[in-house]
Write a protein that binds this ligand. Sequence first.
Ligand code: SF4
Length: 350
Amino acid sequence: MKTKKQNADFLHVGRKLLDWYKIHGRELPFRKTNDPYKIWICEIIFQQTRIEQGLNHYRNFIERFPDVQTLAEAETDEVLLYWKGLGYYSRALNLHKASLQIINDFNGVFPVDYDHILQLKGIGKYTAAAISSICFGKKNAAVDGNFYRVLSRLFADDFDISNSKAFDYFSELALKMMPENEAGHFNEAMMDLGSEICKPKNPKCESCPLNKDCIAFNLGKISGFPVKTKKVKPTDLDLYYSFVEYNGQFLVRQRKDDFIWKKLFEFPVEIPADWQLFVVKQKTIAHKLTHKNLSIQMSHVVLESQDIFTEFAHGNGFSIITYEESHQKSFPKPLENYLKDYYENKSLMR
Ligand code: SF4
């Protein structure tokens, strides 16, 4: 295996991949532009979102914030609102902060150098490599899960992809395959091969342009690659919320900077002890975040006095809103689901 890998004609395989891409590459709206701002937005959106699911969000976002200046001038709440439905709101906050960095540190012009792009908030090695290769033709490999999968199978390489050096290791391998002046197309070709052909489960090896070169395929050992040993075990976290309602209105407050759900809106966490009398229902909501298993104890409180309701709101920095008004605010997913379930499915006796 090692001998074959060392002797492999890396560039030859890279060219084959490009030939395939020129015929079979996906036609995506953002592939028609080299505008680094648009490529940046799409890279961030599609990091955690499937293309079909994210396309409308991408279009709406670009329509409202067509360039870095517009994004930088916008209020954070509005940026979050346009991110609604995509989850991982910290990405939207970072986009906003990075747009201000571009205005303040780079005179409003998107940086060209990989190292400068890497300085922007929320941009890691993958995104910096994708932008610098696609928009500026810089020879950088945009190594993501697709690269790990394709390259480890192609070369039957058992380098552990959870190792902190995996990015650099596979980047070096990819650069050997990357033809000169084709960095952007090569990276896009790897993304397409990984998502359309060399899928995590049931890869379509019969129609893969690299099947003659693929060592794992020829050894019948695809299921052994990529190798990933370390698993981050999620930790448990208990949260407590009270949904406090009076006459069709309820209380919300924007979260302060915190370890999760930064700047999103939430319900009261603590309520006066005597309000326990007005709790009409309690339920536990389970919700998974990347590294946390949440258990949310939700109490549904229906107050009968407007004075108590408004006094508590004003004394504790809550806004009083209706369900319709809540559409203009961004909530963590489980709270958004709670509202939807209550107001649209009438799951609770009212
Ligand atoms: S032959 Fe199969 S395993 Fe190998 S790169 Fe192609 S799709 Fe992936």
